[in-house]
Design a binder for this molecule. Sequence first.
Ligand SMILES: [Zn+2]
Ligand SMILES: [Zn+2]
Length: 343
Amino acid sequence: MKAVVKQSLGEGHIALCDVPEPAPARGEVKIRVEAAGICGSDLHILHGDIRIPMRPPFVIGHEFSGVVAEVGESVEHWRNGDRVTAENSRYVCGHCRYCRTGSYNLCSERLATGYAFDGAFAGYCVVPQERVHRLPDNVDFLTGALSDPSACAFHAVQELTGIDAADNVLITGPGPMGLFCLQYAKANGAQVIVSGTARDARRLELARKLGADLTVDVDAEELEQRIGDYLNGGEVSVLLECSGKAPALQAGLRLLRRQGKYTQVGIFGAPVPFDVDQLVYKEIRVTGSFSQKYTAWAEAIRLASLGKVMARPLITHTLPLDRWREGFEAFESGEAIKVVFEP
Ligand SMILES: [Zn+2]
Ligand SMILES: [Zn+2]
């Protein structure tokens, strides 16, 4: 089968290759991939600047949906033809503190699909049965493929940050993560401001359609002034930093009020300078949010089914696998919001 493969570490080294079709081992499920999205972290795989364990050569892709095509020995709850999506935690140790308390996304031995095991930019993908989730009948494959970023946003907003109707939320970075975080924050009744740069024009427009109360292009407008005017002297109580860009983090922290909450969602790819003293003087509560786990998946899929959080508006490009390069370029340039391959 054709697959998009990261052949070795470092910048680039990606190609469309012929690889053997995978077979499910004991406890594993083989899924025929119907839709597979490019994640921001896939760009970091392209550039070789992510600190998630990789074992090249491997098939990229961890946000996907499809149909069960074959099940391994001892798989009891899945049958051929089931419409499903799957979490990307492929191997976890099962006995550390984090695994035993359900936070296996933090297991130090965690190895992920699309990084250390073959992923979903291919015709078929194999995953452990306990990571598979059923798609409700009204959740299509494109929406199902974005369960991963939606669950990441649920984990960040609902499980780690905690937002309510009294909050003024600033989301820096209107990429897919920012746009999912926006929808969860709005579902909680908060007032939400989304900031981006000139290249994010299309994304900021979508943010407004998805309910953002204010969007700011920081290249055209002065962020602090604009937010100050908008909130009438009120302050930002929550910062969700989704861009992984130092200027956004620095500006966001300046705007965050005392006792505010700051959650880092984006990945910078390298250490960045910021004024740590602000955390002290303002007693800011800091959280990082990494990946997701079962609880977030179950809720993200349920909320997609209820129509409370929408994935389809984010998808600007659907492409066959052999146009993978075009997909990566469109995503990286900001022309695309979300690119999904249909292998
Ligand atoms: Zn992802
Ligand atoms: Zn573990």
